[in-house]
Write a protein that binds this ligand. Structure first.
Ligand SMILES: Cc1cc2nc3c(=O)[nH]c(=O)nc-3n(C[C@H](O)[C@H](O)[C@H](O)COP(=O)(O)OP(=O)(O)OC[C@H]3O[C@@H](n4cnc5c(N)ncnc54)[C@H](O)[C@@H]3O)c2cc1C
Length: 394
């Protein structure tokens, strides 16, 4: 019997009666919620879900929120929840799903993403980190960069080259890397805000059991598409209320500080408000189309719009605040656990939004994806697609 909204509501109420919010410790509550299938309802039974339509998660969340229940603090584990989990769900073995999904969802194990390299960002398939088979293990050597949250992570999703003799897209394999392995070295990287939210990660003779391979050997590029398509939705497609997000912050300032207003800024704020609302509704529609967490290239369009809006709105906020907007705290080398646009000041928002058009694929690259895979326009010429990776000039 498929689960509908009314059934989910009563299941959540029964769960709350059996696990009173006031007396159940947080970890116990989250663990029991996962076991009850109320974690992510569109996941399979036994893996935190009930095979229910994804859109019905809102019913559970609303019921739990009204009861004041603790959540899994999703911002702490955005890469785990938004990218690693759907990839494990799609490509993982039963053992991998059982091992990784529950502590990932509860937040007991935070994940990071070891994809980008100094010579492979937009052209990710050119990556050079090597994984060489040795018995039941893979020995990994190389360097990754811009790894958000690596300093807090227990596991990473990692792509590495396992066959240099075939064209670049074909010789890649996808792994789960244990960040506590002695060969993993994490070094902070300072970004434009002054903080060190991301890192360089050096991998020296890191031993990864073959049991931690996701998908077939050489199929890593295909597996990574699931991660990347989900990344764009995770970054650009968050559910927010009407006038939520950055536009809500600026609109509040506009209402509360009449002395800052000018006619020109009013027109621009109205235009951005409407665009933010259109983006929000488009996101809702996209989410309703997702069946089991496997979005297609349409997420690229969402992420494009999100980056552009965030940069324009945070820029408008600085103009509105005038000199006040230029003040900012000393954030030098702070290691934040979350990216918190709402809880910080205007200067932070303006600077941090710059990264939105780079992280998860640059806007230029996303435009290419929309052109080729959504609109069906002719692809860019790719002269290297039949050349063995080892013969490419780097
Ligand atoms: C805040 C932040 C967090 C990040 N977190 C992570 C993380 O956790 N894990 C991870 O693996 N990576 C992460 N990244 C890295 C990010 O994915 C890369 O920076 C991004 O893919 C771009 O790669 P690159 O920096 O090598 O730039 P390049 O690929 O060198 O691009 C340089 C410029 O060339 C343009 N360009 C490149 N190719 C094309 C093309 N074909 N057509 C048109 N223009 C093109 C780009 O748009 C860009 O303007 C993060 C980045 C940021 C900013």
């Amino acid at each position: 019997m498929s689960v509908d909204a009314a059934r989910l509501q009563s299941l959540t109420q029964e769960f709350l009666a059996a696990h009173p919010v006031a007396t159940t410790p947080r970890e116990e509550f989250l663990s029991a919620r996962f076991d009850a299938g109320l974690a992510w309802v569109h996941y399979p039974k036994g893996l935190g879900g009930l095979d229910a339509p994804r859109a019905l998660q809102a019913v559970v969340d609303a019921e739990l929120e009204t009861a004041g229940a603790p959540d899994n603090d999703p911002r702490r584990n955005g890469i785990g929840l938004g990218m690693a989990a759907p990839t494990i769900l799609r490509y993982g073995t039963d053992e991998q799903k059982q091992r990784f999904l529950k502590p990932l969802w509860t937040g007991a194990e935070v994940w990071c993403q070891l994809f980008s390299e100094p010579g492979a960002g937009s052209d990710l398939a050119a990556l050079g980190t090597r994984a060489v088979r040795e018995g039941d293990d893979w020995i990994v050597n190389g360097q990754k960069v811009w790894t958000s949250g690596a300093h807090n992570a227990r596991f990473a999703i990692l792509i590495a080259r396992t066959d240099p003799d075939v064209p670049k897209h074909r010789g890649i394999t996808y792994f789960v890397c244990d960040m506590t392995d002695p060969g993993v070295e994490v070094r902070p990287l300072r970004q434009i805000t002054g903080e060190a939210e991301f890192n360089e990660v050096f991998l020296t003779d890191v031993k990864i059991p073959d049991a931690h391979r996701l998908g077939e050997i050489g199929d890593g590029w295909k597996v990574a598409q699931t991660t990347l398509n989900n990344e764009r939705v995770a970054i650009g497609g968050m559910r927010i209320p009407r006038e939520g997000g950055l536009v809500g912050i600026v609109a509040d300032t506009w209402r509360e500080r009449p002395e800052l207003r000018t006619h020109d800024l009013h027109q621009r704020l109205m235009t951005l408000w409407v665009e933010a609302e259109v983006a929000r509704l488009t996101g809702e529609r996209l989410r309703q189309q997702l069946v089991a967490g496997h979005p297609g290239p349409e997420g690229a369009g969402m992420k494009l719009g999100f980056a552009r809006l965030n940069q324009q709105i945070s820029g408008l906020e600085l103009e509105l605040l005038g000199e006040e907007g230029l003040l900012y705290d000393d954030w030098t080398m702070r290691r934040p656990e979350i990216v918190d646009f709402a809880g910080r000041d205007a200067g932070y928002r303006y600077l941090r939004a710059k990264g939105n058009s780079i992280e998860g694929g640059t806007s230029e690259v996303l435009l290419n994806i929309v052109a080729e895979r959504v609109l069906g326009l002719p692809p860019e010429p790719r002269t290297d697609k039949d050349v063995a990776w080892k013969d490419l000039s780097r």
